[in-house]
Design a protein around this ligand. Structure first.
Ligand SMILES: *[C@@H]1O[C@H](CO)[C@@H](O)[C@H](O)[C@H]1NC(C)=O
Ligand SMILES: *[C@@H]1O[C@H](CO)[C@@H](O)[C@H](O)[C@H]1NC(C)=O
Ligand SMILES: *[C@@H]1O[C@H](CO)[C@@H](O)[C@H](O)[C@H]1NC(C)=O
Length: 977
């Protein structure tokens, strides 16, 4: 080439180069603009990630941005886990020409994902997962280079764009589960994605069978399709997936056997096919020796557990309950691994309990209830300090219970009921500081109860019935202040019934029948504020029936077959109680002919009793423990001075606001005519002060424990209750009821709250005080209550877990704006909060999250479940439990059973809500379904719930028409516009 030509070429190249540079820099300034658009769109986020996103900075230097090698154009945007909120402007972002990675996972991004997303055609990585988007996922068929696609758990609905996957053959990760997609058969496009490693399709409405073609996805390491509507058998072709590490098939309708060839999956570490209809035996499992977790509970599996499981070196979790398995557990089970958990309950297993499951000191739960196990409880479990749950009931175990079992330092429940076990409860029990429940009924246990039992201060249920215990019940038993249920019946106990039981202020159920107790019935038993059932029949008890027992609260009172004498208290002297007092020849009655008439002598006694009863019937207006004090109050005028000094002595007012009322105003309001509610934790009274202010006063029942603690441990501990109340009273939120102060006495506690005139949501939805709440109002209540709970969970220094979220704890002010009530109560009531999780089941039937059943762990997600139930009440207008759901079925079950098609879903909505709002109600129903997910981890946080609810706001236009119409006649007429 001539020099001239060369020069020309050079010039031309130079020209092109200049042009190119100009082009690049113009792209860069566009890129800046696109990114600043994104920053603006997400301006409401609470994040610092955008601090570096300034026009005076280089785009490639923005946090979360990576540029290509030339350092001039944006290649990756990674803003995962940045607390982002708002809607992504895909029209702008997808103009970034070199964009290959877009990662927005784990944020609070909302709104719909527009068709513009498809313009991001060079993407290899797209993560929109774990957000709160709405609407469907658009067509993404341009993204044929995609390797990673995450859209899981992000609020998407409609139909997934399956056909977009057709040419996405490079895909390695496809994660689309936990979305509310329309039901669809297993998508055939997925079977062509031969490079897939990771396929997550759990909980996204997939029906039909798993196709044989699944066997072509030979690179799969993880395959999850749990919680769908899968039917048919597990295809035998699954055995070709030899790289599988995790296989999750649980909660479907799978039938048939574990397929022959499953044994080839020798890399499998996590296998869960629980809650299906699988049958046949476990012989294919025996080769899967890398298993860490095997969960096949709730199936119809039979045959024996392969002995090879005892040789698995990594097995930590074996959960096979509710099947029809027979034979023995492998004797060496768990001995070679850090074995942690076994639940093989409700099978037909026999033989001995394998002795070495806790060999590595890691075991937390040993659950083998309801089988045919024989032999002794291996002594090795005495040293298993990690055990929290030891449940071996309903077997045929024999021999002496190893004494160390009683002293396991972390045990929460010891359940050895209905076996053939011997020995006694040993003094080791002093170490069982976390033990909440002992179930030992129907064994041959004997000996005296050791006084050390009173050191196991977390105990709330003790059932020792149908054994051979003897001697006196330790007088210190009253130190078990958390006790709710005490069953000592059908033993050989003697001596007096300990008076100290009156300190167990939570006792609801006492059964001491069929023993040899003697002496008088302690009158204090009748003062137990929540006692519901008292059975002292078939003992040697003598003396009179204490008048304190005449309270009508008892649903069961049985004092029959004792040696009681004297007049039956007047209010119990009715035919209905005949059986309760039978077999006591010394008893007499003026009214009931079944008993002999009282002589004039005993009539004297009876009139003394009558005075006591009058006093009590005043007192029944009051909480019983106030009795002495209020009887006193009656005479206030005569003995004013004395009364005042009693008041000053007895009550300690903790006030946190300038109160504007005095304790007397509050105390005087505690009477029956002011009673406005009864709840699990106490009665609520309305107090109208002289200055016209109204307050609500709640009495907490088991205050005895607080008081006791105080007495024993001095000043330092005494402040625990106060601190708790102080924390709660410092909570300020428009959707949380204000706590003004607490009034504490030696015997009881009052909490003073603001008074809300419109009662509870429960009343307004379900009772005679029902209002025809329109959807806008219901929606307002849902959002407000959600914000209140969000504040309790996320807005306070430490999260406040409510533990009893329900519509009767959502109160309404004069404008029907909601406020959360009774928050944190469970914690106050249960003063021993040394442990993170609580043993007492707080909560109300129909609202209780399923995890309570097996773990008793309470956290924020349990509140989220209960809130989901409240949302269901708002949408359907139904109660959490109704007979139409079927026996033992609740609203969550009922709603889920109607998610078949649009028609059945719409049929769930309260018929009083006009059609126009039906779509809006369905949005809220979807949130309710998410909140009530079976697995706590799948439930959104309250923060997310609030965001999702805000997205579900009813159409604005409609609301304007309706508000405008306030002066008009019929709302329904105008809604038609
Ligand atoms: C990159 O950003 C940092 C922090 O914002 C800044 O200090 C630095 O000067 C920037 N570098 C360039 C090349 O813009
Ligand atoms: C996939 O590729 C084939 C062949 O090029 C083409 O006909 C088809 O339209 C593509 N599918 C999609 C969804 O792009
Ligand atoms: C799954 O099984 C249950 C109980 O037998 C049944 O009610 C339900 O309709 C089944 N679902 C499907 C998708 O087959």
């Amino acid at each position: 080439m001539s020099p001239e030509m060369a020069n020309t070429t050079y010039r031309r190249n130079h020209f092109f180069l200049l042009l190119l540079i100009g082009f690049i820099s113009s792209v860069s300034s566009d890129e800046l603009e696109f990114l600043l658009n994104l920053k603006t769109a997400l301006a409401e986020s609470d994040t610092k990630v955008f601090d570096s996103w300034r026009s005076d900075n280089s785009v490639c230097n923005f946090t979360g941005i990576t540029c290509d090698d030339s350092g001039s154009s944006v290649k990756e945007i990674d803003l995962s886990h940045q607390n982002l909120a708002g809607s992504i402007p895909f029209d702008s972002i997808c103009q970034l020409q070199s964009l290959e990675k877009l990662a927005f996972g784990f944020n609070y991004l909302n709104g719909s994902v527009t068709e513009d997303l498809n313009k991001c055609s060079k993407l290899t990585y797209l993560d929109l997962g774990n957000n709160i988007f709405s609407g469907p996922i658009p067509d993404i068929s341009s993204m044929n280079g995609l390797l990673y696609l995450y859209v899981n758990n992000s609020g998407f609905s409609g139909t997934f764009p399956w056909s977009s996957l057709e040419n996405m053959t490079k895909l390695v990760v496809l994660s689309i589960g936990d979305n509310l997609f329309d039901q669809t058969p297993f998508p055939k496009q997925v079977l062509k994605l031969l490079n897939l490693n990771w396929l997550y399709m759990a909980n996204c409405s997939i029906g039909g069978e798993i196709p044989a073609g699944i066997g072509d996805l030979k690179e799969l390491i993880n395959f999850e399709i749990s919680s769908n509507y899968i039917t048919g058998e597990i295809p035998k072709e699954i055995s070709k997936l030899v790289k599988l590490w995790m296989l999750q098939l649980w909660a479907n309708n799978l039938t048939g056997t574990l397929p022959v060839g499953l044994r080839n999956l020798t890399n499998l570490q996590f296998f869960d096919a629980s809650t299906n209809y699988l049958e046949g035996d476990l012989s294919e499992i025996r080769y899967l020796n890398k298993l860490k977790s095997l969960q096949l509970f709730e199936n119809e599996l039979s045959g024996e557990i392969p002995p090879e499981l005892g040789e698995f070196k990594q097995l930590v979790n074996l959960s096979l309950y509710r099947n029809q398995l027979t034979g023995k557990l492998p004797p060496q089970l768990g001995s070679l691994s850090d074995f942690n958990f076994i639940d093989v309950s409700e099978n037909f297993l026999s033989g001995q309990i394998p002795p070495n499951m806790c060999k590595n000191g890691k075991m937390t739960e040993l659950l083998i209830l309801q089988n045919n196990f024989t032999g002794e409880i291996p002594a090795s479990y005495s040293d298993c300090k990690t055990l929290t749950r030891f449940r071996v009931s309903n077997n045929m175990l024999s021999g002496v219970v190893p004494s160390g079992i009683w002293g396991l330092p972390n045990a929460e429940i010891i359940d050895i009921a209905t076996n053939d076990l011997e020995g006694g409860i040993t003094s080791d029990i002093a170490n069982a500081k976390t033990l909440a429940q002992i179930f030992a009924t129907h064994n041959r246990l004997s000996g005296e109860l050791p006084p050390e039992i009173s050191k196991a201060t977390s105990l709330n249920m003790i059932d020792l019935s149908h054994n051979q215990f003897s001697g006196k019940v330790p007088a210190t038993i009253g130190e078990l202040t958390q006790l709710t249920s005490l069953h000592f019946d059908n033993n050989k106990f003697s001596g007096e019934i300990p008076k100290s039981l009156h300190s167990c202020a939570s006792l609801t159920d006492i059964n001491m029948a069929y023993n040899s107790f003697s002496g008088q019935i302690p009158a204090a038993l009748g003062w137990l504020p929540t006692l519901n059932s008292l059975n002292l029949s078939c003992n040697q008890l003598s003396g009179q029936i204490p008048s304190s027992l005449s309270s009508p609260r008892l649903s069961l009172l049985d004092l029959s077959h004792n040696k009681l004498a004297g007049a039956i208290p007047e209010s119990l002297s009715i035919e209905a109680y005949n059986g309760s007092f039978a077999g006591n020849p010394g008893l007499c009655s003026q009214k009931v002919s079944y008993f002999r008439r009282c002589s004039s002598d005993s009539r004297g006694t009876s009139s003394v009793l009558r005075t006591a009863i009058t006093c009590f019937s005043i007192a029944s207006a009051i909480v019983l423990v106030f009795l002495a004090y209020f009887c006193y109050l009656k005479n206030k005028n005569q003995k004013d001075d004395q009364s005042r000094s009693l008041k000053e002595d007895s009550w300690n007012v903790k006030s946190f606001h300038v109160l504007g009322f005095v304790e007397d105003d509050i105390l005087d309001s505690i009477k029956e005519q002011n009673l406005i509610g009864k709840g699990g934790s106490g009665q609520v009274y309305r107090a109208s002060l002289k200055n016209g202010v109204e307050l609500a006063v709640k009495h907490i029942r088991n205050s005895d424990s607080v008081h006791r603690k105080r007495k024993h441990s001095g000043k330092q501990d005494s402040s625990e209750f106060d601190t708790e109340v102080e924390t709660l009273s410092s909570i300020r939120h428009v959707n949380v009821v204000k706590l003004y102060c607490s009034i504490t006495s030696e015997e009881s506690n009052l909490l003073v709250y603001e008074y809300l005139p419109n009662g509870s949501l429960w009343d307004r939805l379900h009772t005679s005080k029902k209002l025809g709440l329109d959807w806008e109002t219901r929606y307002g209540i849902a959002v407000g209550a959600a914000k209140g709970l969000e504040y309790l969970h996320h807005g306070c220094e430490k999260p406040v877990i409510h533990r009893d979220v329900k519509s009767s704890n959502i109160l309404l002010d004069e404008h029907l704006k909601p406020r959360i009530a009774d928050f944190g109560l469970a914690k106050i009531v249960q003063t021993d909060s040394t442990h993170g999780s609580t043993h007492v089941i707080a909560g109300t039937h129909g609202y209780i999250a399923p995890e309570y059943g097996y773990t008793y762990k309470v956290n924020e997600k349990s509140d989220v479940y209960s809130f989901g139930v409240v949302l269901m009440e708002l949408v359907t207008g139904k109660k959490p439990m109704e007979s139409e759901y079927g026996e033992n079925k609740d609203i969550v079950y009922w709603v889920c059973s109607k998610l078949k098609n649009k028609e059945t879903v719409l049929s769930l909505v309260d018929s009083s809500i006009p059609d126009l709002y039906k779509e809006d109600t369905i949005k809220v129903l979807k949130i309710a379904i998410l909140c009530t997910s079976r697995l706590p981890a799948l439930r959104p946080t309250m923060r997310t719930v609030v965001k999702m609810l805000e997205e579900a706001e009813p159409c604005k236009l409609v609301s304007i028409i309706i508000t405008k119409d306030d002066d008009g006649k019929k709302k329904n007429d105008k809604i038609l516009f």
